[in-house]
Design a protein around this ligand. Sequence first.
Ligand code: DAT
Ligand code: MG
Length: 169
Amino acid sequence: MICLVLTIFANIFQTGWTGANERTFVAVKPDGVQRRLVGEIIRRFERKGFHLVGLKLVQASESLLKAHYWELRDKPFFNGLIRYMSSGPVVAMVWQGLDAVKTARRMLGETNPADSLPGTIRGDYCLEVGRNVIHGSDSVESAQREISLWFQSQELTCWEDCSQHWIYA
Ligand code: DAT
Ligand code: MG
């Protein structure tokens, strides 16, 4: 039992979930990929100062998408959402940095593009809630769940970031 607890703690510290090591899951949805927004979206996260930990182009399976959006399974738009998300590849990413979850959500804008301020990704690049271009985890717990759903641990890369000293005091 003690071993199990120690292993879990070691894992948390290794993958890093606090402070500058907070991670979030971001995905450019099929409409964002089709509309050539991938580079623009990555550029925004890079320029903000976040550290890229994982990146891949995925044609997501229905079972992965159903697990990802499990909390919304009773919503009337659920089937349409799964169809939309399976309609083409998505770019799945893990970004790391101080307050990564909260800040990424602010960069995305609101769920409905009509409520999203100009300057946010949804505020700048889309019109309808059913084609809102990008996903971002809504809490640290969701980020942990979503990252482990979309990425195997060996797909997440630890690398020395030489700009860290210019981003963190
Ligand atoms: P978010 O993606 O901002 O976290 P969410 O988790 O509530 O929003 O919903 C997941 C996705 O489901 C959302 O990005 C787009 C779709 N969606 C949400 N509300 C919807 C609605 N009323 N009609 C159609 N699609 C909707
Ligand atoms: Mg959500």
